[in-house]
Design a binder for this molecule. Structure first.
Ligand code: ACO
Length: 325
């Protein structure tokens, strides 16, 4: 039986030039390199320059993904940009990217699921493609998360960074088996009972300010490992595959301890886990495509590999996507 599959045709990413090390952070808040490394695995993060916007990072990642896919930008009929840090409250940052790419057809919109944003956006792209709504989708995760940080709060400001990653997803044909190239299964979740565990204390409707990130770190940690492991089990159950079948695990890069805990819980050896949190920090919606791009460009992820993506973030929101490269 021939079915439509959403095939990842190319990937790209961009990190701002400025690197802020843990040593640099000790000059800003009362912290140490040892504390940050031991609790999070983070050594450094990239921070956008003054005047460098989320759309600037997104555009660079998008151009890299378009080049990697070897397509003409005019083939793109849908742009989905996941971000918590849009250039403006409206219009969507996606339309700025659309205009900069010279695309005047199709649809461009943002989605907001915080750190799960890229997994949400990729799942929407897959649904659009399988329904025949779209044929070539540019999916971007881009953040200037540093702009939401309270730089006097050591419990949050050491954790995050800025960056962007993007993929091109194209309609392809498959046989409806796990050997098909493309997205094999995708699962999204949210549970708003936990919306106060990780949030920003401002917004257009509430305070008319942007606000700052607030978080109950331990609660987030506790839920993250359980929720992520559950959605991975869900992806494996939906396809009849096992953890042994996974070639590469590309998780949301929040904290190395969360990654290690999750991999252990689902029985994945550390050498199959792509980890970039040490150099990037948590870049929210950008973290999964940034990690993906690194593993593709350094030759780890190859055509035909089974790649498991997952993320969890504020809301709580979480989800997984299993894709045959
Ligand atoms: N430097 C030095 N000391 C610090 C720092 C810091 N940057 N931050 C907190 N501390 C202190 C605290 O004040 C506290 O001191 P006290 O005992 O004197 O009160 C002590 O360290 C322990 O604080 P905890 O918050 O209990 O530390 P914990 O071991 O829970 O680690 C952390 C904190 C790293 C935030 C952890 O809870 C965590 O990783 N949670 C997950 C959060 C996360 O990853 N969020 C990202 C967004 S969500 C997502 O993407 C999944």
């Amino acid at each position: 039986m021939s079915i439509i599959r959403s095939v990842v045709a190319g990937c790209g990413s961009y990190l701002p030039e400025r690197v802020v090390t843990n040593q640099d952070m000790t000059k800003i808040v009362d912290t140490t390199d040892d504390w940050i490394v031991e609790r999070t695995g983070i050594h450094a993060r990239h921070i956008a320059a003054d005047g460098e916007l989320t759309s600037d990072l997104a555009l660079k990642a998008a151009r890299a993904a378009i080049a990697h896919a070897g397509i003409d930008a005019q083939e793109i009929d849908t742009i989905i940009l996941a971000t918590t840090t849009p250039d403006n409250t409206f219009p969507a940052t996606a339309v700025t990217v659309q205009a900069e790419l010279g695309i005047h057809h199709g649809a461009a919109f943002d989605i907001q699921a915080v750190c799960s944003g890229f997994v949400y956006a990729l799942t929407i792209a897959d649904t659009f493609i399988r329904c025949g709504q779209a044929k070539t989708v540019l999916v971007i995760g881009a953040e200037t998360f540093s702009r939401l940080l309270d730089w006097t709060d050591r419990t949050t400001c050491v954790l995050f960074g800025d960056g962007a990653g993007a993929v091109i997803v194209k309609a392809g044909e498959g046989e409806g088996t796990n050997a098909d190239r493309g997205i094999l299964t995708a699962h999204l979740h949210s549970d708003g009972r936990y919306k106060d565990k990780l949030y920003v204390d401002g917004g257009p409707s509430s305070t008319q300010t942007t606000g700052h990130v607030r978080m109950e770190g331990r609660e987030v940690f506790r839920h993250a490992v359980v929720n992520i492991a559950d959605t991975i089990k869900e992806a494996l159950a939906a396809t009849g595959l096992t953890a042994n079948d996974i070639d590469w695990f590309v998780p949301h890069q929040a904290n190395k301890r969360i990654l290690d805990g999750t991999a252990k819980r689902i029985g994945l050896p550390p050498e199959k886990v792509v980890i970039t949190v040490g150099d990037h920090g948590n870049t929210s919606a950008a973290s999964v495509p940034l990690a993906l791009d690194q593993a593709i460009k350094d030759g780890r992820i190859k055509r035909g590999d089974l790649v498991l993506l997952e993320a969890m973030g504020g809301g709580f929101t979480w989800g997984s996507v299993l894709v045959r490269w």
